[in-house]
Design a binder for this molecule. Structure first.
Ligand code: M6R
Length: 629
C-alpha cells in the first residue's frame, strides 16, 4: 500500500527520494515524508496530503545528505495527518523508520514502551518500531553492528506483515531494510544502493535488483550489501537484471496513465498472444500439436477435475470470465472466490484441483494469504490433494510469482493508474489461453472451433485499435451529458455479466459516482426499483446466446424512464431502435466479446472522471497495491 524509498551513496539523497516517491505515489498518497542524515544530524520533514506538499516544504532547503529514507502513505492506523506521516522516530530522534504493512501487536508493545518512558506522538502502529529499536541500541554508538543487531532484536518482536527502511544518526553509513510479508527490493548502483517497495521507483537508477524474501534483513553501506536472516545468520544472495524500460513508467504525452494504459491494450494483447500461441499448429506438419504453449508441467494437468480461482477487485471480475471460459470451453467445474473471504471460510478441499491466484500487482495481501492458506492446508495429504498453484499476473518478479508453482505472465508490464485497465484485458487473454489449452487437452472443442477462436483472438488487437480510433472522441463527447448524474446501473448477461461489474467498478473508483453492476435478468428481481429518468442504464448487448434477453431487459428499464446506453456491435440495427446512445465495438464472436466490450466502459469512466477534474490516476482512498489484509 504505502511506498518506501531509501538511498545510500554519493548523490544527493533528497532528490532521489522525492523522484522515487513520485513514481510510487500510486501506492498511497495521504501524506509523505523523508528523513536524512548529514553531519551528525537526523532531519525529518513530513507533510499531509500529496507529495507536492512535501516538495514545497523542501524547496528552499539545501540538504546535501547522501543517505535517507522516504515514504508515501496510505493510512491504516491513524488519520492522514502530518503527525501520523512517516518517517517515525524514537524519543530523542536518533532512529527513523518507514513502514509498509501493519504491526499487529503494536498496542501491547506501545504499552510496554510507555511504561519505560517512551513518548508517542502519533496514533500509528509504526511508531513502536523506532522506540523498540532504540531500546536495543548500545549505550554508545561505537558498536559497529549496533544498529543491525538492534533492528534484528526489534523485528523478532513484531507480529504482522511489514517492510521497513531504517536509519540511525549514530550509523550514518548504514541503511537497514527488512522484509516480512510485505514487498521490498534492493537496487544495486555504482557505489550506491537503493531500496523501494516497487521496482518502478528504481528503474531510472538501476536494473540490478534483489528481491528480499520474508524474514530477511539487508544492511546497505557505501561498500556493499549484506543480507541476514532474523536470527542474524548471513545469507548469500545475487541480484537479478530486469528488463523494464524507463518509458513504462512515463505518461508519454497522455494526460493520465490510465488513458495511456487504455491505449496500450492492443500491444499488450498482441504480446501475450505472441508469447503463448504455437505458430503453425494447424499446418500440415503441426497436426496434433497443442495451439497453446503455456509451458506448465504435465503434472499440473494430471487427472484434473476442478479449477479454483482466488482474486480481488478487477482481478476477481477477470476470474469470473475465466470461470465461464474454463467451464464452457473445457467443461471443468470452476469456483471463483474473493481471496479476502476465502482465508477465513475456505471451501472444502477438492481433489485434483488447479488453484489460480490472479493479481495484477502480484502483491495483494488478501490474494497472497488465500493462496498460502490453500497451499498449507494441502501439505501432507494424499497425492490427489496435492497443491497445484498457478499465478496469472503481469508482474513476474512479484511475491505472487515467487510463491506459486507456475505463472502465466500476461505481458501487460507495469500498470500505474490505480484503475486497472490493460492488466484486466491481459488477465482475460491469460484465461482464454488456459481455457483453450485445457479444451484442447480434453478434446472439448472441434479443431474447427478451436481454429475459429484462435483466429478471433488474433484479430482482437486490430479490433481494439479500430475501436479506440473510432469511438474515443464520441465517448468523450457523450460524457458531457452526465455532468450531474449521480447513479448508474450496468447490466450484462452470460460472459458479459462480469463486464457490467467491471464497468461499474471503474466508474465508482475514479469518478465517485454510485454505480452497480447486475446480471440483466436480475434487474426485475429488485434493482429495477432504483430506476427513473435520473438513473442511466448501460447494457452490454453483444450478439449471441443472450442478446435478445439483454435487449428485452433493457426495454424493461426503458419502460421505467431510464436513459439507455448500449454497448453493441457495429451496424446493429435492432439495438439502434432500443438504446438512446450507442457505444460501438467491432463485430466479434460472443465468447471473445468481453475484450472489446470493456473498452468503451473504461473510456466512459475515464472521460467522466477527467471532465469532473478528478485525479484519475490517484483516486481518493485507493492504492494500487493493497498490501494489507
Ligand atoms: O493487484 P490486484 O489485481 O490483486 O488488485 C486487486 C484489486 O485491489 C484491484 O483490482 C482494484 O479493484 C483495482 N483498483 C481495480 O481497478
Amino acid at each position: 500500500m504505502c511506498g518506501i524509498v531509501g538511498y545510500i551513496g554519493t548523490q544527493t539523497a533528497v532528490s532521489i527520494l522525492l523522484g522515487g516517491l513520485e513514481r510510487l505515489e500510486y501506492r498511497g498518497y495521504d501524506s509523505a515524508g523523508i528523513a536524512t542524515i548529514d553531519e551528525g544530524i537526523l532531519r525529518c520533514v513530513r507533510a499531509k496530503g500529496k507529495l507536492y506538499n512535501l516538495r514545497e516544504k523542501l524547496e528552499h532547503d539545501v540538504n546535501p545528505a547522501r543517505i535517507g529514507i522516504g515514504h508515501t502513505r496510505w493510512a491504516t492506523h491513524g488519520k492522514p495527518e502530518e503527525h501520523n506521516a512517516h518517517p517515525h522516530r524514537d524519543n530523542d530522534g536518533s532512529v527513523a523508520v518507514v513502514q509498509n504493512g501493519i504491526v499487529e501487536n503494536y498496542q501491547s508493545l506501545r504499552e510496554e514502551l510507555i511504561a519505560k518512558g517512551h513518548i508517542f506522538r502519533s496514533e500509528t502502529d509504526t511508531e513502536v518500531i523506532p522506540h523498540l529499536i532504540s531500546e536495543y541500541l548500545p549505550e554508545e554508538g561505537d558498536d559497529s553492528d549496533g544498529l543491525l543487531n538492534a533492528v534484528t532484536k526489534a523485528v523478532n518482536r513484531l507480529e504482522g506483515a511489514f517492510a521497513l527502511a531504517i536509519i540511525g544518526v549514530d550509523y550514518p553509513d548504514e541503511l537497514i531494510v527488512v522484509r516480512q510479508n510485505a514487498p521490498i527490493i534492493i537496487g544495486f548502483g555504482q557505489g550506491e544502493f537503493f531500496c523501494a517497495s516497487d521496482v518502478t521507483a528504481l528503474i531510472p537508477h538501476t536494473h540490478a535488483i534483489l528481491y528480499l524474501e520474508n524474514g530477511e534483513i539487508a544492511r546497505l553501506t557505501p561498500l556493499g550489501a549484506e543480507i541476514y536472516d532474523f536470527k542474524g545468520k548471513r545469507l548469500r544472495k545475487t541480484p537479478k537484471i530486469l528488463d523494464w524500460s524507463h518509458s513504462t513508467v512515463e505518461k508519454q504525452g497522455y494526460r493520465h496513465f490510465m488513458l495511456k494504459e487504455i491505449h496500450e491494450q492492443p500491444d499488450v494483447v498482441r504480446l501475450c498472444l505472441d508469447t503463448y500461441l504455437q505458430l503453425g499448429w494447424n499446418s500440415e506438419n503441426g497436426k496434433n500439436v497443442n495451439p497453446i504453449k503455456l509451458n506448465l508441467p504435465e503434472t499440473f494437468y494430471e487427472n484434473l477435475e476442478y479449477v479454483q480461482i482466488l482474486a480481488c477487485g478487477t482481478s476477481w471480475h477477470a476470474s469470473l470470465i475465466g470461470k465461464y471460459l474454463i467451464e464452457q470451453l473445457a467443461g471443468i467445474p470452476t469456483l471463483v472466490q474473493y481471496a479476502s473471504e476465502f482465508r477465513y471460510a475456505p471451501s472444502p478441499i477438492l481433489p485434483n484441483t488447479i488453484t489460480i491466484g490472479v493479481t495484477q500487482s502480484g502483491e495483494t495481501a488478501d490474494t497472497l494469504a488465500a493462496l498460502e492458506t490453500e497451499k498449507y492446508r494441502r501439505v501432507g495429504l494424499e497425492d490427489k490433494y496435492r497443491a497445484r498453484i498457478l499465478g496469472i499476473t503481469n508482474r513476474p518478479e512479484s511475491t505472487l510469482a515467487n510463491m506459486v508453482d507456475e505463472i502465466i505472465n500476461t505481458q501487460a508490464g507495469i500498470e500505474v493508474g490505480v484503475a486497472a485497465t490493460k492488466s484486466f484485458t491481459a488477465q482475460l487473454i491469460g484465461f482464454y489461453l488456459l481455457a483453450l489449452d485445457l479444451a484442447y487437452r480434453r478434446r472439448g472443442l472441434s479443431l474447427q472451433r478451436l481454429e475459429e477462436l484462435i483466429e478471433g483472438l488474433k484479430a482482437l488487437p486490430g479490433q481494439i485499435e479500430t475501436l479506440l480510433e473510432g469511438q474515443a472522441k464520441s465517448i468523450e463527447e457523450l460524457t458531457h451529458e452526465f455532468n450531474d448524474t449521480q447513479d448508474f446501473i450496468f447490466v450484462g448477461r452470460g460472459i458479459n455479466f462480469p463486464i457490467a461489474l467491471e464497468g461499474a467498478l471503474k466508474l465508482k473508483e475514479i469518478s465517485y459516482i454510485h454505480a452497480e453492476g447486475y446480471p440483466a435478468g436480475e434487474l426485475k428481481h429488485g434493482p429495477i426499483a432504483l430506476l427513473d429518468a435520473k438513473v442511466p442504464v448501460i447494457a452490454i448487448a453483444m450478439p449471441g446466446k443472450v442478446y435478445d434477453k439483454v435487449l428485452s431487459n433493457a426495454q424493461e428499464a426503458k419502460a421505467r424512464d431510464a436513459r439507455l446506453l448500449g454497448v453493441v456491435v457495429d451496424n446493429d440495427r435492432a439495438a439502434a431502435e432500443v438504446f438512446d446512445n450507442l457505444l460501438y465495438v467491432p463485430q466479434v464472436d460472443e465468447i471473445l466479446s468481453p475484450i472489446l466490450s470493456v473498452i468503451p466502459l473504461q473510456l466512459l469512466s475515464y472521460h467522466i472522471a477527467a471532465k469532473r477534474g478528478l485525479d484519475v490516476d490517484q483516486p481518493r482512498n485507493l492504492a494500487k497495491s493493497v498490501t494489507v489484509e
